[in-house]
Design a protein around this ligand. Sequence first.
Ligand code: PLP
Length: 374
Amino acid sequence: MEFIDLAAQQKRIIEKIESNIKSVLNHGKFIMGPEIQNLEENLAKYVGARHAISCASGTDALLMALMAYNIRPGDAVFTTPFTFIATAEVITLLGATPVFVDVDPETFNIDPKKLENSIVRQKNSGTALNPKAVIPVDLFGLLADYESIESIAHEHDLLIIEDGAQSFGAEYKGKKSCSFGSVACTSFFPAKPLGCYGDGGMCFTNDNSIAEILRSVRVHGQGNHKYENIRIGVNGRLDTLQAAILNAKFDIFPDEIERRQKVAKRYSDLLSTSPAFKVPHIPEGYKSAWAQYSVLAANEKQRSILQERLQKANIPTAIYYPKPLHLQKAFADLGYKKGDFPVSEDVASRIFSLPMHPYLTLEDQETIAAVLNQ
Ligand SMILES: *Cc1c(COP(=O)(O)O)cnc(C)c1O
């Protein structure tokens, strides 16, 4: 059994993938070829954003978004410690300061009440930090609580950058992932809901001038001319070949999102009665992209027992994320300690993810459930 079965997906669209790759080999425009614009137009339309700016990775998408708004030393950027390192890494990379805010115990996304407290504390603390932005993460494919976050951000004059690396295809009240915030960022890493065959990412925005800056930052801060540089940027382009692959995969993406709903529902039906673990909670009005199907064991020991049992039955599992960012050595300079974010620490000690992809069969899910429900 595969944790994510990319081979099943490839089998379904192999002819289209091969013909799309062949077109690129034929026209030879490996950098910013026509497939790039095609992908950007299609995804912007799908998301409901005015602009889509493809780039080399989800990490670059976040970095470029912060660069476009000139985030710099002295700025505080709020985010959660229960996410992939990239979310906070880009803040530090620009010399700004990540300020961590604990997550909600049900959704694992940033807790809006705690966000507000943290902003107020930052403003009153007398430190020189300037609260500038918040990066909500749509963890495991579930959108953060943007209604609450937007009103808090508005009140305190903060910018919102959506980290939609795990949530492409998700919805809240009909509004799609990557349509929230001033800029939204996603990743096309192979394991994400819409993945390519390497690294890739995209920024989305409705703001014309920010879109123009993002396009400039993507190519070394380019101006009107190839060798005119008007700001410091990065080499952040998406490869034409990856765009060609994404175009083939995007054809079946809406169908895959529906399949993920079905797979998730089957899991919840098969598993929801167990006292040893808790299945994911999707609040009213939300549709998850189900990047992961993550269950919470009763405690850390129970998690090891369940994972071991599954492993013996050749069922792969994974832990996202075993160590919250505030306890990572890379962020030791920020001065956080154990106990600072109790919900993130508790969840990190109990969470684990089951195989999840659009092609998971009922039979496999029944096998998994039988092992877990033992
Ligand atoms: C994967 C991921 C990223 C980074 O994306 P890459 O394409 O791997 O650079 C950022 N944030 C979150 C939440 C992610 O899951």
